[in-house]
Design a protein around this ligand. Structure first.
Ligand code: SF4
Length: 460
């Protein structure tokens, strides 16, 4: 049984630094343009030969309204007519990818993200799922993890009924904050009743899991107001909760320029919000999974963490890390064997590639042996909070301490600061260090330099 996390303000202040979220290693910042669609086709054929199961991600970029905090790849439009031409390109992409895979490869995981996936009409959603089913081996016995991101302002009971009928059994709801003054400051007006209606629909329709996203550090938030939001969300009993840190980077993300910096909470208030929400969630029985994620103890993520099978990929924490990940849609990322490949993030470029019957791969990375080794180390630390050197040594034929000898002084410093326990057998991230797990991972990140450090949000 994993210990709970322990709050240590001094340690947090000392080790809080900008860093990647490690949904992949190497991170997407390292992707280069030497990788193209030819590499993806090769990797797909290897996947077919190895008969690996699949995880499919479909990106729908459209949103009807802009949230000012947004850092996603999206297109803001009220013109619902833009969905159909995009759907036609998605269908073409599905055909081009699927013909290199074996129809027997099971799709264990499916995720629709965005943007707002329900920007598509009911007919368009039906059509997209039918196309996926006719080209991939989607499971029809409800045993797969088929999830979709829902904006409660853009969905109702009939949407939830349709999605369940189409095979979805998990939903992730964007909420962020329930306070009206915070909602006005981020341009996202969404009542508790709208969110509650979707949660109730999910329960009634027997969705297996409900996730809710919250963000702390938004304009006009205070520790008291955020605590009320957390309390009201706990009352809805989501199976999983994500509590993200808002990183204000207006020079990188245009919509954030509409946030008044004077309305942002102070670092001390943010710390209080994080500490308060962790206490509230722990009291309510949620377990800290890692990297902003909490889950009830009977949730699959919590159980996978217990039995050591939890992994992390572009969809966050997952129990399907053994699958090849097929990303469909503008900006979507695939991870097939040792290859990462990303579609163009420009909608016009993505669409025109597919009009020419070409995959829209624009960049990526082929992992080398050192990448694989470091990826295994980072996965262990970020998912299990511990690492056994012998396992890495066996898997990669190295002597851990000599391979990473240059890191030893820093690991020893972390150990004497109480962040980790360092023994001849391995590393244990202590309860006081778990909120800072990525600071430990960053030591093993070969590519991290001061320059690209600036691109990432802080740990806290
Ligand atoms: S936060 Fe989500 S719903 Fe809001 S604009 Fe960004 S992608 Fe769309």
């Amino acid at each position: 049984m994993l210990d709970a996390i322990r709050w240590d303000t001094d340690l947090i202040r000392r080790y809080d630094q900008s860093g990647p979220r490690y949904t992949s290693y190497p991170t997407a910042v390292q992707f280069n343009q030497r990788v193209g669609s030819f590499d993806l086709l090769h990797a797909l054929r290897d996947s077919r030969k190895a008969q690996r199961p699949l995880s499919i991600y479909v990106h729908v970029p459209f949103c009807a309204n802009i949230c000012y905090y947004c850092a996603c790849n999206k297109v803001i439009t009220k013109d619902r007519g833009r969905a159909l031409p995009y759907l036609e390109r998605l269908e073409r992409e599905i055909e081009l990818v699927a013909c290199h895979l074996d129809p027997a490869q099971k799709v264990e995981q499916l995720h629709f993200g965005g943007g707002t996936p329900t920007f598509l009409s009911h007919d368009e959603l039906r059509r997209l799922m039918a196309h996926l089913r006719s080209h991939f081996n989607l499971l029809d016995d409800d045993s797969g993890d088929y999830g979709i991101e829902i904006d409660p302002r853009e969905a109702d009971w009939s949407t939830m009924g349709l999605l369940r009928e189409l095979g979805f059994n998990r939903v992730s709801l964007g909420v962020q904050d329930l306070d009206p003054s915070v909602q006005r400051a981020i341009n996202r007006l969404q009542s508790l009743e709208e969110t509650r209606a979707i949660v109730e629909a999910a329960r009634t329709l027997q969705y297996r899991s409900v996730n809710i996203d919250l963000i702390y550090g938004l304009p006009r938030q205070t520790p008291e107001r955020f605590a009320r939001t957390v309390e009201e969300i706990i009352a809805l009993q989501p199976d999983r909760l994500s509590v993200f840190n808002y990183a204000h980077l207006p020079e990188r993300f245009m919509p954030q320029r509409r946030i008044n910096a004077a309305d942002l909470p102070s670092p001390a208030d943010k710390l209080e919000m994080l500490q308060g929400s962790i206490e509230q969630l722990t009291r309510a029985g949620y377990r800290y999974i890692g990297m902003d994620h909490f889950a009830l103890p009977d949730d699959e993520l919590a159980m996978a963490q217990e039995d050591g099978s939890l992994q992390r990929n572009f969809q966050g924490y997952t129990t399907h890390g053994h699958c090849d990940l097929i990303g469909l849609g503008v900006s979507a990322i695939s991870q097939v064997g040792d290859l990462y490949s990303q579609n163009s993030s420009n909608l016009a470029d993505y669409q025109s590639s597919l009009d020419n019957d070409l995959l829209a791969t624009s960049r990526g990375l082929l992992c080398n042996q050192d990448d694989r080794l470091r990826r295994a180390v980072i996965q262990q630390l970020i998912c299990q909070f511990q690492l056994q050197f012998a396992e890495i040594e066996r898997a990669f034929g190295i002597e851990f301490r000599s391979y990473f000898s240059d890191l030893w002084p820093q690991l020893q410093r972390m150990a004497s600061d109480g962040l980790i326990e360092l023994t001849p057998q391995g590393i244990d991230i202590r309860p006081a260090g778990r909120l800072l797990a990525r600071s430990v991972c960053m030591l093993f990140d070969h590519y991290l330099t001061e320059q690209n450090n600036q691109r990432f949000s802080r740990v806290i």
